[in-house]
Ligand binder design. Structure first.
Ligand SMILES: *Cc1c(COP(=O)(O)O)cnc(C)c1O
Length: 633
């Protein structure tokens, strides 16, 4: 089937963006004015008999007016400065992971800020905490987690300031859960109450291999057993600190985290924050930009032989560089009943793509139904990885990336919400009823790593989800369009190569999995990687935002760039890229391949800029051809 082309008045997404030309300006203005007035009425109707502290007469005072003028001058200056911003809303912008924002979320954020709720406790955010709970549940269901409180595991999610914080939280919880059996055993020993015979019979290494489910069931019991619960609280790593904990449990001090070499640098930060260090973060080699799962398997076997416990394995659902998907189904399958690890998926980038795979009732669509809207997507790997998200213990999703909401809105999702019991600050160590459980998980402020949090972000995400539910017919349409634009660009590369014949070679070193594409160039006849990189870098310079100048004016299109270390390429890949690009990678003279990197997020990339049959993507390829010709001649 051909992609649904976004043209004309029938475009279902047209009302939901301000638009490249501000086409929906009236809509934005009308609704904003309406809702600002509505807010003012609300203020006025709160104890209308009180005397207003700012007197009406004061507003005619000349000092007052001078101060207003000063404030306006500064605001106008800011507005002027902001004109040097990057025009990320435009189809000419295909650089970093950002684009125009969905209007419902944008307006919700602006308007909710007037009420300034803090999602730390219900007392200051009765409305937006409930909205946060709602979006947590929606995101959980999109990735395939169950959310009905009656059955185990019951998923839960909450918002964070971004993907980095969500990854921090993942590691924090993974450690809390994985080390808990050691602390429970210490508590049993101290109290003489043995909750499980296995605790007495296993050594530390064995306990560290317990599955998440088994750890959480144990914690659940420990927290509800008087005496044990207090002793457990005192024995936990969070109470004793890692140094002292590892002193009595040396093997716990050797735990490692395993992630692909393509993982985001937030993982190194998360390790350092937890006092684990770079040496405990093992990077598995990648091939084709994805984790080499055979290498992961070999690493896990080696670690098992050395009796090194694995705290967590991180899989990536959409890398930051190229949107590549790790084979999550294969990673999930490597967990053994006696050698389990916390399985976290970093879907900060790809996290909204599962909407393309969901029916409105939440079920997973058949592969062929999803494929019907695309030429290549989704590969078997992407389809199976999406289905395997439900098996991950926790997932990071960034609404401020493919959710098209303003920064900062990240999200952390947990498959079994009981894990959050280990993150609660005022741990009510004697839990009473299931109804209490339900209430405790509704207030993310109690277990989030962050303190004060913007309720406006929750309102923004909630509004987007209400207007465009997370299924293929709604949010999925927007995401599909992004993938279709990437396919269109990808399919034009061979033609570009032909037209440049005699001047330069062009290659897509990593086949795109979703909506990010890398392009490398090499002037014809050149074999040196360093020279090819220099050529592509000069191309990039014509596509780069020039910080000193007015953005928007001169560059016809904006891209971004990246350098992929050759060490990230497997041997077959090196041969393929070497062949496609015509450079010598057997004796490379540069450590990595410099590439243009394009994120195709703008919803109008398949529209025509001039009413012709050509799309923005076609126009970009024609532009690239001109740039290469200029450079190569
Ligand atoms: C963007 C990104 C992050 C970091 O998220 P922030 O919202 O920038 O903090 C982490 N992992 C991946 C894969 C990402 O793409």
């Amino acid at each position: 089937m051909t992609p649904t082309s976004p043209t004309g008045p029938t475009d279902v997404l047209a009302p939901y963006f301000l638009g490249a030309f501000g086409e929906n300006n009236d809509l934005l203005e009308e609704v904003l004015v309406e809702l600002v007035r509505d807010h003012v009425y609300w203020r006025r109707n709160f104890h209308p008999d009180d005397a207003p502290p700012i007197s009406t007469a004061a507003q005619f005072d000349s000092g007052y007016q001078q101060r207003v003028a000063g404030m306006k001058r500064e605001l106008h200056r800011l507005a002027a400065q902001l004109k040097r911003s990057v025009p990320t809303f435009h189809p000419r912008y295909i650089g970093h992971m950002t684009s125009d924002l969905l209007l419902p979320g944008l307006i919700a954020q602006l308007v909710t800020t007037l009420y300034n709720p803090n999602n730390i406790v219900e007392e200051v955010a009765p409305v937006t905490l409930a909205l946060e709970h709602e979006v947590g549940q929606q995101l959980c269901r999109m990735v395939g987690y169950r959310t009905d409180g009656g059955a185990l595991p019951c998923g839960a999610g909450h918002l964070t300031s971004g993907g980095t914080l969500a990854n921090d939280e993942a590691l924090f919880l993974a450690r809390a859960v994985k080390l808990a059996p050691l602390a429970v055993r210490d508590a049993c020993e101290a109290t003489g109450v043995w909750l499980e015979p296995a605790l007495r019979d296993s050594d530390d290494f064995d306990l560290l291999g317990w599955s998440t489910e088994r750890c959480l069931a144990l914690v659940h019991r420990a927290l509800r057993t008087p005496g044990v619960s207090e002793a457990f609280a005192a024995a936990r790593v969070e109470a004793r600190g890692l140094v002292e904990f590892a002193y009595s449990h040396p093997v716990a001090g050797q735990t490692v985290v395993v992630a692909p070499a393509s993982a985001h640098y937030s993982w190194a930060k998360a390790m350092r924050l937890l006092g684990l260090g770079d040496n405990q973060l093992l990077m598995v080699p990648t091939c084709e930009g994805r984790m080499d799962v055979d290498a992961l398997e070999a690493t896990l076997s080696r670690l098992a032989v050395n009796r090194t416990p694995v705290l967590a394995v991180v899989g990536v659902y959409g890398t930051t560089e190229f949107g590549s998907f790790d084979e999550l189904h294969r990673i999930a399958a490597l967990r053994r009943s006696d050698r389990a690890f916390w399985f976290h998926v970093d879907a900060a980038w790809g996290g909204y793509l599962p909407s393309v795979f969901r029916e409105s009732d939440g079920s997973l669509r058949a592969h062929e139904h999803v494929s019907a809207d695309f030429k290549h997507f989704p590969s078997e790997r992407v389809y199976r990885s999406t289905a395997a998200l439900a098996e991950a213990d926790s997932i990071t999703v960034d609404p401020h990336k493919l959710g098209y909401v303003p920064y900062g809105a990240g999200a952390f999702l947990c498959r079994d919400r009981r894990a959050f019991e280990l993150a609660m600050q005022q741990a009510a160590y004697v839990f009473t009823s299931d109804a209490d459980d339900e209430a405790r998980f509704r207030n993310a402020g109690r277990f989030s790593l962050e303190g004060s949090r913007p309720g406006a972000a929750a309102a923004a995400v909630a509004l987007n989800h209400r207007v465009l539910p997370l299924d293929h017919a709604h949010y999925g349409q927007l995401l599909s369009r992004s993938v279709q634009a990437c396919e269109a660009l990808y399919d034009l590369v061979p033609m570009l190569g032909q037209r440049l014949d005699g001047l330069a070679q062009v290659a897509v070193p990593f086949e795109p999995d979703c909506n990010v594409l890398g392009l490398a160039f090499n002037p014809r006849g050149n074999r040196s990687l360093a020279a090819a990189n220099a050529f592509t870098r000069r191309l990039f310079e014509s596509l780069a935002v020039q910080p000193a100048k007015e953005a928007g004016g001169e560059a016809a299109f904006f891209g971004s760039c990246t350098t992929v270390p050759l060490a990230h390429l497997g041997r077959p890949e090196r041969a393929r890229v070497s062949e496609a690009l015509g450079v010598d990678l057997a004796t490379p003279d540069a450590p990595g391949i410099f590439m243009l990197r394009h994120t195709l997020m703008n919803p109008w990339l398949l529209c025509s800029p001039d009413g012709s049959a050509q799309s923005w993507v076609d126009a970009y390829v024609a532009h690239l051809e001109r740039l290469v010709r200029q450079l190569a001649s």
